[in-house]
Design a protein around this ligand. Structure first.
Ligand SMILES: C[S@@+](CC[C@H](N)C(=O)[O-])C[C@H]1O[C@@H](n2cnc3c(N)ncnc32)[C@H](O)[C@@H]1O
Length: 222
């Protein structure tokens, strides 16, 4: 099945609300658990950049799991950041998580070089996938951990519809629609492998993490 792109930013209020209120506890806790497994000797403290942070659920879970770390999240959609700021406040993590409005690749995060970079579900939104890999390299220190999780494009629209029914049966229609569109816009493993090669990141590990997700992990070249 050919990739069908979807809009980059999720900046409609209703869409952002449906996303922010959805239950992503399974994939987002898996994100943080797999990060911990991938970087067992992770420094006790550091700064992490979350690219396309959305409503900050991943940033919050990360900050709880790694209490010595601070997180800066960047996203181009104010509608998403509004929910993110509220979630960070509710979590009592305003002293460790900052959310910055910025459109990649032009966005400039507060720090020039982070100790780690992560991103969940941004890649499939990007018209130019190299924006993710170049941003990851641009804003992190040599040797820093990189951890990216995203959807894998299924073989057919029917398979995408089946995944929506399996994992978002009770979600609002707008979220089911976005999930379906995201699956159609996602990249195949072989496409991600080629992106990594083109970005000089072929040394990172790429693997399927579930029936609908892949994970890229490893350290940037020194
Ligand atoms: C599917 S959401 C994922 C949000 C969050 N990472 C999570 O896992 O919950 C994708 C996010 O990427 C943002 N985004 C897409 N393209 C972007 C770009 N070029 N620059 C900045 N943010 C972007 C969207 O606005 C949206 O909030």
């Amino acid at each position: 099945m050919q990739r069908i792109s979807e809009p980059e930013l999720m900046d409609q209020d209703e869409q952002a609300r449906a996303y922010a209120e959805a239950d992503f506890s399974e994939p987002h806790s898996q994100f943080v658990a797999l990060f911990g497994e991938a970087f067992k000797g992770l420094e006790a403290a550091g700064t992490a950049l979350d690219l396309g942070c959305g409503p900050a659920d991943v940033a919050i879970r990360f900050a709880r799991r790694f209490p010595g770390w601070r997180v800066d999240g960047v996203d181009g959609a104010e509608a998403m950041l509004k929910f993110g700021r509220e979630a960070v406040r509710r979590a009592g993590l305003e002293d460790r998580i900052r959310l910055i409005k910025g459109y990649l690749p032009g966005a400039v995060p507060p720090l020039a070089a982070y100790d780690a970079v992560m991103s969940n579900s941004l890649l499939h939104h990007l018209a130019e996938p190299r924006v993710l890999w170049e941003s990851a390299k641009r804003w992190t220190k040599p040797g820093a951990p990189v951890f990216v999780m995203d959807l894998i494009r299924p073989d057919s629209p029917e398979e995408a519809a089946r995944l929506v029914d399996q994992y978002a049966a009770d979600e609002p229609e707008i979220l089911r629609r976005d999930f379906h569109n995201s699956l159609l816009a996602a990249y195949r493993l072989e496409e991600v492998r080629e992106q990594l090669r083109a970005a000089g990141l072929a040394g990172l590990d790429l693997r399927a993490a579930s029936d609908r997700h892949f994970v890229v992990s490893g350290r940037l070249p020194k």
